[in-house]
Design a protein. Structure first.
Length: 86
């Protein structure tokens, strides 16, 4: 049974949204577009937050707003980039 179905667990959708937005950086495909192979509910929430343009449609990619591009890079760096000493 998935975690969100167990007693005592509630999904933190803001953390999920941040993680998916950061992962979109891994699938960038030209300018402000990324492949939209993520959960539809999450993509819809990111759209409602003004970070993605409307993800509904036949296109296989989703466009990030300027604010979404900035936040995507910030989250990617914070979550996945290992800083090394020079």
């Amino acid at each position: 049974m998935p975690l969100h179905m167990n007693d005592g667990y509630e999904l933190d959708t803001d953390k999920i949204d941040d993680t998916v937005l950061a992962l979109l950086a891994m699938t960038m495909c030209g300018g402000d577009h990324a492949w939209k192979g993520h959960d539809w509910d999450t993509l819809s929430r990111l759209h409602e937050k003004g970070l993605l343009y409307d993800p509904v449609g036949k296109a296989k990619s989703v466009a990030l707003t300027p604010e979404g591009m900035k936040r995507c890079q910030e989250l990617f760096d914070a979550m996945f980039v290992r800083r090394t000493e020079p």
